[in-house]
Ligand binder design. Structure first.
Ligand SMILES: Cc1cc2nc3c(=O)[nH]c(=O)nc-3n(C[C@H](O)[C@H](O)[C@H](O)COP(=O)(O)OP(=O)(O)OC[C@H]3O[C@@H](n4cnc5c(N)ncnc54)[C@H](O)[C@@H]3O)c2cc1C
Length: 413
């Protein structure tokens, strides 16, 4: 069991400082005008969008996010996390944590946070695609021209991934895909679907493969929206009825689906570090402002020790989770955060990042609501929305219980 790398550095590098300076300027020059346009359209905000008749994110809000992504790609800000060999930024996990923290602290809940590729963009799993698929899917994804969805979960199978029933069988050199996925972020809008399916039943962690499926291919059907407490109209179902998938759309090798799914999931887990630090400090800044300006008995509530303790608890949680994440990300940069096979010491560290951030950020968001009083409960306020986001975080990309399983496995090995 590793307990921290002495050689590692977690200070922001020069290229991180360059990135954040350029991202800050991009927020003012490109995102502010887009947000003003969106506000004038009267279809809600990026974090509280109006929904269409099918319960999906209003198309005008979706298009504003897409425009932010295209502009970001053009400005060279969309793909710092993608390998340099694939024309991405080649940033390490420590560097990405600093980038994510900046984007979430300064982007808040606006369009700016869509300008850093998230689940709808390029990811460590799709980096393993074939040369043919690179031109067809990866490059357009990196240019912000198309979006992706990761399709792993099914209605009756979430945590228990190896029990999934979506399957693919060979037909000549092609594959025929059948099944259904549920709880998929971006199911309604994605252009390319990263589908995990059974190709060799009974082969354990070698039983699955990952396919890139054109979302408009015959046999693909976008199902109903699944309304969650996030209320963003972005979670849905997908059905696959004898969908023909060419061999070149298999990601890496047949049988690598579980490892590829884990590299996507582990990427999401590690992104918690910067996201929770960024949003955590944003909420703390807002709480400090509120505590200084809100009066009780003729004095600011910031004078009350009860309120000071809430502020101090927020600071302690953000500081501790951020520091722990940076140390773990530095260790993971040495081990390889998404290696296939993954280094045996990596899963514990990845799960530590997720569980520490999920639980600390939930307390931070709760205290932020408390300091704002009734205003913190106002539907659509940043505190109210981030409280719902914080509650959500403990489930997707592996529940907090599953993270504890992985940590314990690492300890007891
Ligand atoms: C907003 C949202 C977005 C999502 N986006 C995506 C996406 O883009 N792509 C995708 O593929 N999936 C996505 N998911 C699905 C998500 O990954 C699953 O919901 C999650 O993995 C948990 O699975 P489950 O819901 O089936 O819960 P279950 O597996 O049914 O778990 C229920 C409870 O049992 C516990 N439990 C289950 N098994 C164990 C075990 N072995 N040990 C200990 N405890 C256990 C869990 O911790 C939990 O408390 C999304 C979900 C949500 C809510």
């Amino acid at each position: 069991m590793s307990t921290g790398s002495s050689a590692a550095s977690w200070a922001p590098s020069d290229r991180v400082l360059d990135y954040t300076q350029r991202f800050g300027a991009f927020l003012s020059s490109e995102i502010d005008p887009l947000e003003k346009e969106l506000a004038a359209a009267g279809v809600g905000t990026p974090w509280n969008p109006a929904l269409d008749d099918d319960g999906r994110m209003h198309p005008v809000v979706w298009e504003a996010r897409r425009e932010a992504q295209r502009r970001s790609a053009k400005a060279g800000l969309y793909n710092p996390h993608v390998s340099a060999a694939l024309a991405g930024g080649g940033f390490s996990r420590v560097e990405m944590q600093h980038v994510e923290e900046y984007v979430y602290r300064h982007g808040g809940l606006g369009l700016g946070i869509a300008a850093l590729a998230w689940t709808e963009g390029a990811n460590p799993a799709i980096e393993h695609c074939s040369d043919a698929a690179r031109g067809r899917y990866l490059e357009p994804l990196m240019a912000g021209e198309i979006t992706a969805a990761f399709c792993n979960t099914e209605a009756s199978v979430g945590t228990d991934v190896l029990a999934m029933s979506t399957h693919a069988r060979r037909d000549g050199s092609d594959w025929i895909l059948d099944g259904a996925k549920a709880w998929i972020t971006n199911a309604a809008f994605a252009d390319v679907l990263q589908v995990v399916a059974v190709t060799e039943p009974g082969a354990g962690t070698r039983s699955l493969s990952m396919f890139l499926v054109d979302a408009n291919a015959p046999g693909v059907r976008r199902g109903r929206d699944i309304p969650t407490m996030l209320s963003d109209g972005l979670t849905g179902e997908l059905e696959f009825d004898a969908v023909r998938v060419p061999a070149e759309n298999v990601v890496r090798e047949v049988g690598d689906g579980f490892a590829l799914a884990m590299s996507w999931i582990n990427w999401r887990r590690l992104c918690r570090g910067g996201m929770c630090a960024g949003w955590g400090y944003w909420l703390l800044d807002r709480a400090l402002e509120r505590a200084r300006s809100r009066q009780t008995g003729g004095r600011p509530i910031a004078d009350l020790q009860a309120v000071q303790h809430l502020l101090a608890d927020m600071d302690a949680d953000v500081y501790a989770a951020r520091a722990a994440s940076l140390v773990a990300q530095a260790e993971l940069d040495e081990l390889g955060p998404y290696g296939i096979p993954l280094h045996r010491d990596a899963p514990r560290l990845i799960s530590l990042v997720k569980v520490i951030n999920d639980e600390a950020f939930f307390r931070v968001a709760d205290n932020a609501v408390q300091i704002h009083g009734g205003t913190g409960l106002l539907l659509g306020s940043p505190e109210e929305k981030l409280f719902r986001v914080a509650r959500n975080l403990k489930i997707p990309a592996g529940t907090v219980e599953i993270q504890r399983n992985a940590i314990a496995r690492g300890l007891l090995r």
